[in-house]
Design a protein around this ligand. Structure first.
Ligand SMILES: NC(=O)c1ccc[n+]([C@@H]2O[C@H](COP(=O)([O-])OP(=O)(O)OC[C@H]3O[C@@H](n4cnc5c(N)ncnc54)[C@H](OP(=O)(O)O)[C@@H]3O)[C@@H](O)[C@H]2O)c1
Length: 276
């Protein structure tokens, strides 16, 4: 039985592939640019642009389970091919609060992806993480250059999740029975302010980092590479809404993986080279 992992260059997919291979699973890695995928030895790498189902070729051949990035464009075509190939279980990397009827561009996009998967007739599990700790890699350039983090909402709270915890949760639901039809909201272990995250990162790096207030226009500009304007605006509204308000924390990572969710301090230590 082969497990197909899409988005093979992504932070979650990379960890997931490594963990599955170490556990003796047969894995195929799929990415838009296969030459850019650094997969462990023995892992077959295939091309797959989820927004263009015609690129999938024989990616689903012999595949029973799929870890799928939520790319609504082209998803129906991808799922039709998966169904035809006999795929039994799709584990979708969705997002907390996913809801196709939501006015928020991020939750509605993931909700549309969930609806398509649920309508496909293939068994499914939805992983719904909150904010990723990897979002903080956006700080790397100014920390490296000037020891500064620029942000308009230093008191905004988040319970950022380590990519390894999402990968571990995915590993568990892909390889253990009992998760069909489940929606799991995944978060980090505690809600902390952005200012506190900066302090934790400074301690891990062993050098001071100051927080400078950034204008909303500059922030918008900085977020531009991360997605279309409606997604950027949704992100900004969320951060503003969490000023002085704790972000929800769930016990789901530990319930699924049997280890506690990794702290932001652990993430910072794991990512020292990215900021150095
Ligand atoms: N960042 C957050 O806080 C957050 C929170 C909740 C949910 N999410 C969701 O989690 C997912 C990953 O988020 P991220 O920002 O952390 O991304 P990331 O690690 O930078 O990875 C992005 C991945 O998406 C894959 N991808 C994108 N478009 C694709 C396409 N058309 N076909 C195939 N693969 C495609 C890329 O695959 P290749 O380049 O290898 O082809 C890459 O692996 C996104 O769906 C995001 O909406 C993110």
């Amino acid at each position: 039985m082969t497990i197909l992992v899409t988005g093979a260059r992504g932070a979650v997919a990379r960890r997931l592939i490594r963990g599955l291979v170490d556990a003796g699973q047969k894995v195929r890695a799929a990415g838009r640019v296969p030459q850019a995928v650094q997969a462990p030895e023995g892992v077959e790498v295939v091309q797959a642009d989820l927004s263009r189902p015609e690129t999938l070729g024989s990616a689903f051949d012999g595949v029973a389970k799929v870890f799928l990035y939520a790319e609504p464009q082209g998803l129906d075509g991808v799922l039709a091919q998966a169904k035809q190939a006999g795929v039994e279980h799709v584990v979708l990397l969705s997002a907390a609060g996913a809801d196709s009827a939501s006015a928020d561009a991020i939750t509605s996009m993931h909700g549309r992806a969930e609806d398509a998967v649920a309508a496909s007739g293939i068994g499914w599990t939805f992983l719904r993480p909150g904010g990723f700790a990897t979002n903080r890699l956006l700080w790397a350039a100014t920390i490296r250059e000037r020891g500064v983090v620029l942000d308009p909402f230093p008191e905004s709270q988040s319970a950022l999740i380590h990519e390894a915890d999402i990968a571990d949760a995915a590993h568990h639901v892909l390889t253990e029975p009992g998760h069909l039809g489940a929606r799991y909201t995944l978060t980090g272990p505690e809600s902390i302010t952005l200012r506190r995250q900066v302090d934790i990162l400074a301690r891990a790096l062993g050098r001071p980092i100051t927080v400078e207030l950034q204008s909303l226009d500059d922030y918008r500009e900085a977020l531009r590479p991360l997605g279309p304007p409606d997604i950027v605006e949704a992100r900004i509204r969320r951060l503003a809404a969490l000023v002085g308000t704790p972000a929800p924390v769930t016990p789901t990572v530990e319930a699924l993986t049997t280890h506690p969710a990794r702290s932001f301090a652990t993430w910072a230590t794991d990512h020292i080279p990215d900021f150095s």
